[in-house]
Design a protein around this ligand. Sequence first.
Ligand code: PEP
Ligand code: MN
Length: 332
Amino acid sequence: MIIHLRSSVNSQEASQLADSIKAFYIVSDGKNVLITGSGLKEVPDLIADKVDEFWVFPNDIQLASRKYLGKTREVNIGNVTIGGDSKNTLLIGGPCSVESEDQIRNSAELLVGLGLTTLRGGCYKPRTSPYSFQGLGLEGLKLLSKMRDEFGLNVITEARDATHIQEIIEYTDVIQVGAKAMYDQGILRACAKTNKPVLIKRGFGTTLQEFVQAAEFVMSGGNENVILCERGLRTFETGTRFTLDLCGVAWMQEYTNLPVILDPSHAMGYAYGVPSLARACVAMGIDGLLIEAHPDPSVAKSDASQQLNHEQFRQLLNSLRPVAESVGYKMV
Ligand code: PEP
Ligand code: MN
């Protein structure tokens, strides 16, 4: 249950009321809000005269539920807005991993040249093998931050561990929680304590309900700036890396109030399929797209087979603009 307290209740009292009914307490849009488990069907007598409005839910999708907030939440990434009334489809580009200053500057120049705003590059890579390139760590974060300063770009990188969160906040604008990390409650709880946007990628064996509940961990902890990212599921198919769940995207748009970003690069696993998949994604009227691109994919230290080269990325953006327009969105 979500409970909006009357405006006459101050924050100290709100926090005491939360304790008295074992609820979460957050301040949302200037309102004191309590959240209890979905088992609760009626407002507890203890707080009945303090309640302004309340919502009952059939399960623990609450703050993220469309039933609670009948529209997509607005999330600001630097000076760019997604969700809300923006009708923006944010194209997030950049290499899988930050590898060197030359490489990431080349990527930054590509984006700026195309009028784009948001650069992504991994610094702590969650690799399947311990012998693969693990990312540049703090050195990579500093390079991203340098690009942010030099080019005025917003930058995104992934936290592999809760201990990375503080430095990621210091150097970047959005915290990415990867498909493997999204079950890590240490990371989710640490993200909840920041006010940075958190882009959560769906695990490849994660149900939609579990996915949104990961978002609820961050939101109920006080950070409602959450973005969902669909990046493909593991199925019986081995011809492609994963299977992009567009049905799941329709479900998220129907039942949640969170902006949805799609990642066809990791889903497909091969560059040849990325442009057409990206167009299919944008045709769904989505809040963003995450595309991996590398100055020279053949020498990429991670995910080489799926990264577009810069010419392919340019062409892709041109082909996406009319698709976005046809569904009332704008590529930004
Ligand atoms: C990535 O975004 O580079 C990545 C590792 O993706 P995922 O967590 O979706 O596998
Ligand atoms: Mn990658």
